[in-house]
Design a protein around this ligand. Structure first.
Ligand code: ADP
Ligand code: MG
Length: 405
């Protein structure tokens, strides 16, 4: 299985191997190699996917995240055998799906895939039981056996006391479970969710998030979950694939995405409020390096020197998360930080914290500070920046320059 290593090092995944997912010898349930999907729009070729390398192990819980139009649905439809790639290979449980004709593809889909869509698609006048039974009606199974199966499934998703309820008599979370029940009735190996929560209100979304995670534990199946919502992806997947413009930007654990984003896009996409980006020039000072924004001057710690040496005298982008900027008076002991000064433009008290929208006179940024001292608008404040947690990006390529840290 040597390809397992090489595709993880693929040029678009910036592949650092993901720990805890699988050893290089584990057979993968899903392997995509150099997958491309293109559409001809008149004379123009639109790439919905490009150079996608992806592996998913049996029973993994994977989130696919990216802004609208980044190729998530296209990728999910290929994974779910609803569509085939224009180029590249897709192997599912050692079947080479990418070269199959429509009939063979439909057969794999029926045997292996369970889709749960945004709208659940339940029959409104049918009971939970009838909704789950539906996919079995044409399978030739007798009515009594069908019933038994559907009942057993509803019990498995924790709904045995709701089998005669119609969709409008069920909560959103329960409806979702019926939809999942209907998807599992044919025992799929892979569950695919395409933004199943995006039509729900905020409170219900939070509830459903935990429902789906519980289901994953209960079902012992591979789950692939598409979302444009970073909180959803961060809290639901064991691993997240971040997409942009049809390409995988990073394929990593939630924590690694937060701590070690490969580029400015991933850095800005994950975390709320978003990472601050401040442009400045790198200067040598004595035997050290200083980031000079014009108003801000921040000496950089020694461990950053090697990675940034080539940028002395050049402009680059610094990235600092709002939570790494503190009120110096309430900052935890032992935190190493450099003091800066800035002017407050907007104050947003959140209760447990305060968001300060600040300006240096040149750059704007946000700090997420302790609510003990709440400054007023236009006040000049001192802040402490944890510079050793800062990221630096090349202005042109937007690649992170300190990934090894
Ligand atoms: P997402 O689900 O991330 O919002 P999609 O996978 O739906 O993105 O679409 C990715 C890109 O491919 C978009 O630019 C979209 O316009 C294009 N695309 C998708 N399907 C088609 C199609 N059938 N014909 C032409 N372009 C398409
Ligand atoms: Mg979509």
């Amino acid at each position: 299985a040597s390809h397992v290593r090489t595709s993880r090092q693929g040029r678009l995944t910036f592949g650092r191997p993901v720990r805890g997912v699988s050893s290089p010898d584990t057979p993968m349930q899903i392997t995509l190699q150099n997958v491309e999907k293109k559409y001809q729009m008149g004379t123009e070729t639109v790439y919905a996917l490009r150079g996608v390398d992806l592996e998913v192990a049996q029973n993994e819980y994977l989130a696919i995240m990216g802004p609208s139009g980044s190729g998530k649905t296209t990728l999910l439809n290929i994974l779910g055998c609803l569509d085939t790639p224009s180029a590249g290979t897709y192997v599912l449980d050692s079947e080479r799906v990418s070269t199959m004709n429509q009939d063979a593809l439909a057969d794999v889909r029926n045997r292996k895939i369970g889709f749960v869509f945004q709208t659940f698609n339940l029959l409104p006048r049918a009971s939970a039981l009838q909704n789950v039974e539906l996919p079995l009606i044409y399978s030739g199974i007798r009515r009594r056996a069908r019933r038994g199966k559907a009942e057993a499934l509803l019990e498995r998703v924790g709904l045995s006391d709701r089998i005669n309820h119609k969709p409008n008599e069920l909560s959103g979370g329960q409806r979702q479970r019926v939809a999942v029940g209907r998807a599992i009735v044919r025992k799929p190996k892979v569950f695919l969710f395409d933004e199943p929560l995006s039509n729900l209100d905020a409170k219900l979304r939070v509830q459903m998030r935990t429902e789906i995670s519980k289901l994953h534990r209960r079902l012992d199946a591979t789950m692939i979950y598409v979302t444009h919502d970073q909180t959803e992806a961060m809290t639901m997947g064991d691993r997240i694939v971040v997409m942009k413009d049809g390409q995988i930007q990073q394929n990593d654990t939630p924590l690694n995405l937060y701590k070690h984003p490969v580029n400015q896009f991933v850095a800005g996409f994950i975390g709320s409020p978003s990472m601050n980006f401040i442009q400045g020039r790198l200067e040598a000072e004595g035997d050290g390096l200083v980031f000079d924004e014009g108003h801000l001057r921040l000496p950089l710690p020694k461990e950053h020197h090697d990675g940034l040496q080539g940028y002395v005298g050049k402009d680059l982008m610094m990235g600092v998360r709002p939570e790494d900027i503190h009120d110096p008076d309430t900052m935890g002991r032992g935190v190493e930080a450099d003091e800066i000064e800035a002017q407050v433009e907007v104050v947003e008290p959140m209760g447990n914290e305060v968001l300060l929208y600040l300006t240096t006179g040149k750059s704007s940024f946000v700090a997420r500070v302790d609510p003990l001292h709440i400054p007023t608008v236009e006040q000049r404040v001192r802040l402490a920046v944890e510079i050793d947690k800062a990221h630096f990006f090349d202005l042109e390529t937007e690649v992170s320059l300190l990934r090894q840290s």
